[in-house]
Ligand binder design. Structure first.
Ligand code: AQP
Length: 328
């Protein structure tokens, strides 16, 4: 691997259909950063088992996550894409990092609190420990930066703190990974309130066909103060406009903003423009996905190659870590 500005690492959970939020907040940025950085991208199945899930569906979800990422432009010839559980060093390093991470730091994580509420019958150790495994994912490859959506900012802060703790205790070793946000910090769900999430049922699949996209956009909440067609709206508080910023051209954006503010453009027409812009971008992605689904061996080959490359890096890091902490 050629060294560029260093390694970027990021992960995506195989916990459901990859959506517009994942694409605008993460995947598109991963693709854009590849000319500058060495990219390592991981389908984080160990993370996905921290909440209730269907074991029978897991392999299909992992395969689908790989297909969607590659189709959306993540070129496996230019980065490594692999499945987390195929590199067991992730959990080994997580255990070691557990031993320097105060429980209090984990209990105050917003995602832990939200998911504990969401899954009251399954508040397990893995859910609490999620950010430590995430720190291990990143530090294992000595990543210098992590491109994520805004929801992951707090976890990344903790990853840096864990790296500092390790370095203070065992000598300078891990770089402190910077957070790299995309232009879209956070996409809300069709409810216009909570974050668009795979598990919340409020999402728009990135590879959905225009009919499905329209079904989701049709019910999407816009500026709630715009009660009637003739009322002016405020694009700054409208999640449909957030998506427009991700998919529409600068010239269109100015027209949409002005039309919303002076009520010459209604929400339905505004959503129809968005549907068309999404379709322009993702129609080729869908075609690519169909090709990949017809050739599962190719996809599995990409994941196997990625895992083999990453395992080597991970094994080397772990030899050094074990030696530093006084094991073997
Ligand atoms: N709504 C969003 N807006 C912007 N970025 C987002 N990301 C997720 N949702 C949004 C970013 O996508 C990357 C992968 O996320 P993930 O799959 O690992 O986990 P998540 O953040 O928990 O995503 P979901 O969709 O909400 O999954 P569930 O419902 O299973 O928890 C991350 O970089 C994330 O910031």
């Amino acid at each position: 691997m050629t060294l560029k500005k260093g390694v970027i690492f990021s992960g995506i959970q195989p916990s459901g259909t990859i959506h517009v939020g994942n694409y605008l907040g993460a995947i598109r940025n991963w693709v854009a950063l590849l000319p500058e950085y060495e990219g390592i991208f991981c389908i984080v199945d160990y993370h996905a088992i921290t909440v209730p899930y269907d074991p029978a569906a897991m392999q299909e979800r992992i395969f689908d996550a790989a297909v969607v990422n590659i189709s959306c432009g993540l070129d496996p010839g230019k980065c490594s894409l692999f499945v987390q559980s195929e590199v067991p060093e992730h959990t080994e390093l997580a255990w070691i990092l557990n031993c320097i991470t105060p429980i209090g730091e984990l209990e105050r994580m917003t995602q832990f609190k939200t998911k504990s509420e969401q899954h009251r019958d399954s508040v397990n150790m893995g859910l609490l420990d999620y950010p430590v495994l995430q720190a291990a994912d990143i530090l294992l490859y000595k990543a210098v930066a992590v491109p994520v959506g805004e929801d992951q900012a707090q976890h990344l802060e903790l990853s840096r703190e864990i790296a500092r703790k390790f370095n203070r205790r065992f000598g300078d070793f891990f770089p402190e990974p910077a957070t790299l946000f995309s232009e879209t910090l956070k996409v809300l769900g069709v409810d216009g309130k909570s974050k668009m999430s795979k598990s919340m049922g409020n999402d728009i699949g990135i590879l959905a066909d225009p009919k499905e996209v329209w079904e989701r956009l049709r019910i999407s909440v816009t500026d709630e103060n715009r009660k009637r067609r003739q009322d002016p709206g405020d694009p700054a508080v409208c999640n449909v406009f957030t998506m427009h910023k991700g998919f529409s051209r600068a010239g269109d954006l100015a027209i949409i903003q002005a039309g919303c503010r002076n009520a010459t453009l209604g929400c339905v027409d505004c959503k129809k423009i968005l549907r068309d812009r999404i379709e322009e971008l993702v129609a080729p992605f869908r075609e690519k996905a169909a090709e990949l689904r017809a050739n599962p061996a190719l996809v599995r080959g990409v994941l196997a190659e990625g895992a083999a490359r990453c395992r080597k890096i991970a094994q080397k890091t772990m030899e050094q870590v074990r030696s530093r902490i006084g094991l073997r």
